[in-house]
Design a protein around this ligand. Sequence first.
Ligand code: C2E
Ligand code: CA
Ligand code: CA
Ligand code: CA
Length: 279
Amino acid sequence: SKDTGKNKFTLFDSKMEEELNRNTIIIEVLRNAIDNNEVYIQYQPLMELNTNNVIGFEALMRINSERLGFLTPGEFIPIAEESGLIVELSSWLIKEACMFNKSLIDKGATPRPVSVNISSVQINRPGFVAMLSDILAETQLPPQYLELEITESTLVSSIMDATMLLKTLQNIGVKVSLDDFGTGYSSLNYLTKLPINTLKIDKSFIDNICVNDKDSCIAESIIQLAHSLDIRVVAEGVEHENQLALLRAQHCDIIQGYIFSKPLHPAELVDIIEEDDLI
Ligand code: C2E
Ligand code: CA
Ligand code: CA
Ligand code: CA
């Protein structure tokens, strides 16, 4: 009856109700984002410190919806993961990113990997590896120019044993980068056993390397350990000159951060790369 409905309703406070409504709307937005052209990609270049060249770029998902305007990944990615919609959205992103990278190579640019973020929801879906192979075959992007960014916690929660998973990915030829390194679950013995090409030190360490000796030591140790294992190191979220100078002194290989470039629209990235490659 109407009365019970009202009673149930009062169990929620208005803040909770608002959040629930917003979540429901975001799910709707995400479900239709591809059809409505409300999802797009920005690419953030990675700079190699030895050469000052762009050595790759990370694809970052963006949602700008008619209903809610711009949504931050911090808000919509967890909802996309919980609802399972990340699977479709990410397949779309990976295919777009591979097509974009192939078009750059076809234009005569130096081939560079495009990196994409992979959630645990995706990795645990049967057919994940087949989806990657299909996209690579369809777009004709050589597999070594696709890099998957995977966090340690995703590796740990992988249904397939992490070693098996990474060996399978290595077999199809894609690169693997360990994302957000140093946060959450950290198991150093992983590094020695797994076929990983790159390790990305999380921004939370990089933020404080110039003010906190401990964070500076952690960064330096990670870099030395990685190098002893033949793994390249990316510092995420570099914003200031003094951070850059310190990272150079610590022999960090690559930086990604506002000091070099914010995430860019595809056409803006093309400009930077053409300038870099003199084409
Ligand atoms: P992430 O993988 O750690 O990506 C790096 C984030 O740091 C990006 O935030 C980037 O814009 C930001 N960033 C880079 N340099 C700087 C800097 O110098 N200063 C500051 N303040 N920020 C910087 P964004 O684009 O908001 O993405 C946030 C997170 O959302 C990503 O963190 C990633 O975990 C997730 N995400 C984004 N796109 C995707 C996607 O397609 N799939 C999945 N599964 N996750 C995604
Ligand atoms: Ca990432
Ligand atoms: Ca990261
Ligand atoms: Ca991060």
